[in-house]
Design a protein around this ligand. Sequence first.
Ligand code: EPZ
Length: 430
Amino acid sequence: MVHLRIKGGNKISGEVLISGAKNSSMPILISSILTKEEVILHNVPYVSDVTNLISLLINLQTRVSLISPSRIGKSVSLTTARLANNVDFSTEASKIRTSVLLMGPSLARNGYFRLFKPGGCNIGERKIDLHVMGMKLLGAEVNETENYIEFTTHGKPLKGNIITFPLVSVGATQNVIMAATLAQGETIIQNAAIEPEIEDLILFLNKMGAKISKISEREIKIIGVKELFGTEYTIMPDRIEALTYVMIAVATGGNELILKNVSLKYFGDVINTLKTIGVELDDVTLPQYHFGGVLLKPTKELLSTSVETAPFPGFATDLQPLFMVLMLRANGQSEIVENIFENRFQHIPFLKKMGADIDYIGSKAIIRQTKNLIGSEVEGTDLRACAALAMAGLMAEGETIVRNIESLDRGYYNFVKNIINCGGVLERIS
Ligand code: EPZ
């Protein structure tokens, strides 16, 4: 078990290099198995979800090598001359939920996929019924036992179809897009997720020779092709990582923060939410970085507000725990409604233990300004909750221990080093 020991009270400001987007790199790394040719990816984030996924791909007979010196982030070469079928996911799948995203590409490439029911996680049951619905509509036969699900097309190619999702799902949208690239005929996805990470996946697949286009705000058309080809691609920056550091800087009274290798165009509407509470961000030209940079200007006064999490372009659920901690600094009373995951308030009892004035019932939380948090021993329950509790520890008086911060490493590269470089006092202890 790894923990964080934090001594709170310092202002966090300075410079942070932002990694490639975890939630874009996963489907893009997996999509490389749709071709026999070499795929080269730049700005791959070396977070544990990605390194675990890479070891999963190696089990599937993908040849993976690190290219050095890498242009930005990590540069990785992947070649899948032959895709194995019968990898025992049971160990790996429990590590990362993203093994679910192997479903579409494996069916498109091999006409077969077997998935051990992926480990749920703390923020909710993480159902995969929409993924299964999509594969069935593309012609896969599905049979389910109590510990795994098996998909097969009996050697035939998948067939294009119209797939209307009853609710917006990032992963199910990604799986259907990837599967449909090699299906016979045309696929239309309705009520699709449209996160920037989905746009990034579409740009990458079209560079491989896929024919994917958006025909309306939440409608995506995929015309199946016979084969896809190798390509080279740079993964978009991680907007959630970037905004995590923005909120930590503002919450600790940091006067200036420069985020390197990221641009505001990836942030979406949350920029307006930040503006309404008094947080100003500007693009800055940093020619030495592929994506430029973003500057956080000093925040005069932090105002309260109300947000509801929603699929992009709405307020990202991944930012909810962090934004909640930030609102402890805001004047007055704020309100947050979590609409995406049924169990994503587990950080609240620990924040209350630190003295946070927060009440919550069901999916709604009321946050009141809390001028001083008291350092305590708390526990991380998921990736973003860990970051939120670390943020609270940096704001608090005295020492905070955040237990179980392994999940922090799933989505943040060099988090401790970055915060220390910006004036924080914290260390990993095991
Ligand atoms: C992706 O998860 C992200 N993970 C999550 O980020 C993110 O919070 C989420 O999208 C929402 O933006 C990756 O990209 C690896 P969903 P995903 O399918 O695809 C329900 C992080 O912190 N649902 O959009 O699993 C589901 O239960 C992680 O980086 C079904 O009911 O999310 C949830 O309530 C956390 N049936 C809602 O849809 C399904 O078949 C949205 O889930 C699939 C999902």
